[in-house]
Design a protein around this ligand. Structure first.
Ligand SMILES: *[C@@H]1O[C@H](CO)[C@@H](O)[C@H](O)[C@H]1NC(C)=O
Ligand SMILES: *[C@@H]1O[C@H](CO)[C@@H](O)[C@H](O)[C@H]1NC(C)=O
Length: 216
């Protein structure tokens, strides 16, 4: 069973990304990075093998808030092709609840916020990264321009594989054990236990730029 998954995964990852998929990602300022992963370098999750990120999101009720955010921002279209190769750090619904409670926000507040788009972009890395390939200290550029996430050691006893650090020192998330390396087309989903918040300076700059564009 495991090797059948592994084989399908390798075949999917080695397929060339389509020009259309590349163009879509470039539209949001990203170069598509093709994945080259040797079969020995990853373990495959116990999740079904999904053909795309939307298919994963629709199937797994625990990620419905993230799905809603992908829908509302339109980022769902950027990651919908089965040959788009990205890594998505997908916060669980529980992660969103914790985040909203801490920020004293309602879900509607967040979904209406100009910050939603940059926050969701901060969870998507234009490269395919299994947890086996990650290493402590690795910097992962995200779809949000000029931002990186950083891989750190998991918090002991936290049921996580790695900790992902935001450049915002108040924000980090753990990649949840047994919810990592979920195959979605050529992409991977790494479920995380917290919402990653970009630095406030970056959020404010993005929103200000959007306002100026609207005003112009
Ligand atoms: C997101 O959009 C898809 C496609 O339109 C839809 O099927 C799905 O129900 C939406 N998800 C949420 C959580 O609204
Ligand atoms: C992000 O990481 C890359 C690769 O390590 C590095 O070249 C770049 O300067 C970093 N960018 C920021 C904004 O820290």
């Amino acid at each position: 069973m495991k090797s059948a998954f592994a084989l399908a995964f390798a075949v999917l990852l080695l397929a060339a990304p389509s020009a259309l998929a590349a163009r879509r990602l470039q539209q949001i300022g990203v170069e598509l990075v093709s994945a080259q992963i040797a079969p020995a370098q990853y373990t495959v999750s116990a999740f079904p093998l999904y053909s795309s990120i939307p298919e994963f999101a629709a199937d797994q009720a625990e990620f419905s808030t993230f799905e809603l955010a992908l829908n509302l921002t339109g980022l769902i279209d950027s990651v919908s092709d089965s040959d788009v190769a990205v890594t998505v750090f997908a916060p669980t619904n529980a992660a969103f609840e914790t985040f909203l409670a801490a920020q004293k926000l309602s879900l509607e507040d967040l979904l209406d916020s100009d910050y939603l788009m940059p926050i969701i972009m901060y969870h998507i890395v234009p490269d395919v990264l299994t947890t086996n390939m990650m290493y402590v200290g690795e910097e992962l550029p995200t779809l949000l321009a000029n931002t990186n996430l950083t891989v750190a050691a998991a918090t002991p006893d936290s049921n996580t594989v790695y900790k992902i650090l935001s450049e915002n020192t108040d924000s980090s998330a753990g990649i949840i054990t047994n919810m990592n390396n979920i195959v979605a087309g050529m992409s991977l989903v790494q479920a995380v236990d917290a919402v990653l918040v970009p630095p406030m300076s970056v959020l404010q700059a993005v929103v200000q730029k959007a306002d100026e564009t609207t005003a112009a």
